[in-house]
Design a protein around this ligand. Structure first.
Ligand code: NI
Length: 167
């Protein structure tokens, strides 16, 4: 296993759209292992998308119980939101935008279809934190960062903050 480098906003590579995974082979399994190690290495992290580690493949991982300890790792391969309803405003953060937490409006309930590491297809309804998290991570695969939903003023402020942090 290996720690992967996380891209930081406003890196343009965070806006690349990830491609569907046609075969779940050893390369994908290794990628997921490394993504998990990378996520658990960070504090307060509950999700990580391949886009964030500069791999343009449609996979993200989520673990709500993550206090840096692997407990309940969920792997979403080729995820699709097939229905959504309601509206909820939650405060979001992101490993690609460290130290920034802002309110974002999302669908309150979603139905999501995805494959697991064995290639098995799952379809399930989600609400609460899990629904928000899935929408946030799926956005990454579509080249979107939660900062993109904020005002231009806030986006510019965050860009400056990141520049200072990573100079
Ligand atoms: Ni994120």
């Amino acid at each position: 296993m290996a720690l992967l480098e996380i891209l930081h906003y406003p890196d343009k590579r965070l806006h690349l759209v990830a491609k569907p995974i046609s075969k779940i082979d050893d390369e994908i399994k290794t990628l997921v292992d490394n993504m998990a190690e990378t996520m658990y290495n960070e504090s307060n992290s509950i999700g990580l998308a391949a886009t964030q580690v500069n791999v343009q493949k449609r996979v993200f991982i989520v673990d709500h119980s993550a206090d840096n300890e692997p407990k309940n790792l969920l792997v979403f391969i080729n995820p699709e939101i097939i229905s959504k309803s309601g509206e909820v405003i939650g405060e979001e953060g992101c490993l690609s935008v460290p130290g920034v937490y802002e309110k974002v409006t999302r669908a309150e309930k979603i139905t999501c279809r995805h494959q697991d590491l064995d290639g098995k297809t799952h379809e399930a309804k989600y609400d609460g934190l899990m629904a928000i998290c899935i929408q946030h991570e799926l956005d990454h695969l579509d080249g979107k960062v939660f900062v993109d939903y904020l005002s231009v003023l806030k986006q510019n402020f965050i860009k400056k903050k990141m520049k200072k942090l990573f100079k």
